[in-house]
Design a protein around this ligand. Structure first.
Ligand code: AMP
Ligand code: MG
Length: 497
């Protein structure tokens, strides 16, 4: 059945029109008793959708996949991917559907996608379903990232289906509706490149995919001398910037497989992700990441590894002479480290209040991580405490350290550099705009998801509200700024969502 909600949905379907071979038309499994659990009114408004209409039974039926809104052409997208380094030639949306593309109020094309909407031809052994907790987790972490200014896909809504899904126990099922600037992944290119027959010089679909990606995300690349090499360079640059931003807030994605890395530069597929409290590059939260492949400190290296897989997929478009293509792609690929470093250093300079400081501040930045790791210091609280030190009060910073004197030498060098950085009040204020007070602390995320799974969404709503303004310290919210108490123990997240 096709319905219009409000008349507010105006879908376009360029992915379906331009990329036949990269999807299967499909419809969602019926949800027996849909119930709206969370609606992102701000995002709805951004998309020009009427929140009241989305809350109506007809709107909820659209958000859970029970009805196909007018103009939508639901498809399961196909892609492949390296999962923990091993290549899977055909993954694809096993439990998700692309409904179509909407234009937001700024004129940008945004995908509307359902996750947890039933088995598709790509489901392999999976049940196609999703439990409520992990879908709310994707919602809240995505909103936190957005408020932190980090490019991300976002949740429009979570609707409970009224059906239980079997995991280690029975859990309420749910569908997440997700908005992304696209769902093109490194794995989409890997899949498409593997389809082409090199002997036949059969790169037509790969070229269409690359042209689609250029038009959608990097339109200026079309006019470059080598548009496909330029596409690769743009994706590499946007990923270098994204991962630097993760590293600057202590975010661990947890499952950086090539199918979970976008061409747009948005963070996608929040599974076993979590934020650091104690600064330690070896931090791993995911229960299945036993070798620490996706540990916090490995993320830049893994991003570059994934981008090498993208480069391989693009080679036949970059140059018909394979050696020339490899040489050109390798040159771009090796620029990752320098670009990442620049993004990260610029970010660190802002976190330390040094953007106005002349001369080289790199040693201050380089020396800090080892000091923080040795002190087992809370990463977020430490950086936030620095603005108090700029305002003349070192106590908050010193209180976070097991041995405050270990940082004395670094602190005096830092203060010397700050002396030329600008007026202290203004410097401290600028630091407070980049060093968050509130991140999704693991104990609060768990508390919110546990309560919501049991039927109480109040802690989830409260957490969302706290995280919507991460830089503004508000009285009464001290608990949200604090790391997990020792009794919370070491935190493990699960991928089997
Ligand atoms: P992920 O790395 O969690 O983003 O997912 C890896 C692949 O597994 C994707 O192709 C998903 O569509 C698929 N998948 C994950 N969970 C399920 C499920 N419950 N049923 C079907 N497919 C799934
Ligand atoms: Mg995925």
């Amino acid at each position: 059945m096709t319905v219009a909600v409000g008349t507010s949905f105006t879908f376009d379907n360029t992915y379906v029109r331009e990329l036949e071979g990269l999807y299967q038309p499909w419809t969602a499994a019926p949800a027996p008793a849909p119930r709206l659990v969370a609606l992102n009114e701000e995002l709805a408004a951004e998309l020009g959708l009427d929140a009241g209409a989305l809350r109506s039974p007809e709107g909820v039926d659209v958000l859970v996949g029970n009805t196909v809104p007018g103009g939508a052409q639901p498809v399961a997208q196909v892609y492949s991917g390296h999962q923990f380094g091993n290549y899977s030639p055909r993954l694809g949306d096993g439990r998700a559907l692309l409904l179509g593309e909407l234009h937001d109020r700024s004129g940008n094309r945004r995908d509307l996608h359902l996750k947890g909407s039933g088995r598709t031809p790509f489901a392999r052994g999976g049940d196609g379903k999703a439990p409520l907790g992990p879908m709310l987790r994707e919602y809240v972490i995505g909103e936190a990232m957005h408020a932190l200014g980090i490019p991300t896909t976002r949740a429009l809504a979570v609707v409970a289906t009224g059906e239980d899904v079997a995991r280690d126990r029975l859990l309420p099922g749910a569908v997440l509706s997700r908005v992304a600037s696209s769902h093109l992944r490194v794995g989409t290119f890997q899949y498409t490149a593997a389809l082409g027959d090199p002997a036949q010089d059969d790169t037509a679909l790969l070229r269409r995919l690359a042209d689609h990606a250029i038009a959608r995300h990097h339109p200026d690349a079309a006019a470059a001398a080598n548009p496909y090499l330029t596409l690769f360079e743009r994706v590499l640059d946007t990923q270098a910037s994204l991962v630097a931003r993760w590293m600057l807030v202590g975010f661990v994605h947890g499952v950086m497989n090539t199918d979970n890395m976008t061409i747009s530069g948005e963070t996608i597929d929040y599974g076993p992700c979590a934020f650091l409290d104690v600064y330690d590059p070896a931090t791993v939260f995911s229960s299945i990441d036993e070798a620490g492949r996706y540990a916090f400190g490995n993320q830049p290296r893994v991003a570059q590894w994934n981008l090498a897989r993208l480069a391989e997929a693009l080679l036949p478009l970059i140059d018909t002479d394979q050696d020339a293509a490899v040489a050109a792609a390798t040159e771009v690929l090796t620029s990752f480290q320098e670009r990442y470093d620049r993004y990260w250093r610029d970010g660190m300079r802002a976190k330390l209040g040094l953007t106005g400081a002349p001369g080289r501040t790199d040693p201050l930045i380089d020396d800090l991580p080892a000091l923080l790791a040795a002190q087992r210091v809370d990463f977020t609280a430490f950086h936030r405490s620095l603005s108090s030190a700029v305002r003349g009060d070192d106590a908050p910073m010193r209180s976070l350290l097991t041995d405050p004197s270990a940082l004395d030498e670094w602190t005096s060098r830092w203060k010397a550099a700050l002396a030329t950085a600008g007026e202290p009040g203004a410097v401290a204020d600028a630091m407070d705009r980049v060093n968050p007070v509130y991140i999704p602390r693991n104990q609060h995320v768990e508390e919110a998801l546990t309560a919501a799974t049991a039927g109480d969404t109040a802690p989830f709503e409260r957490l969302l509200d706290v995280l919507a303004h991460p830089f503004d310290e508000r009285p009464g919210l001290e608990a949200y700024a604090a790391p997990a108490p020792p009794e919370f123990g070491s935190y493990t997240t699960f991928c089997g969502t």
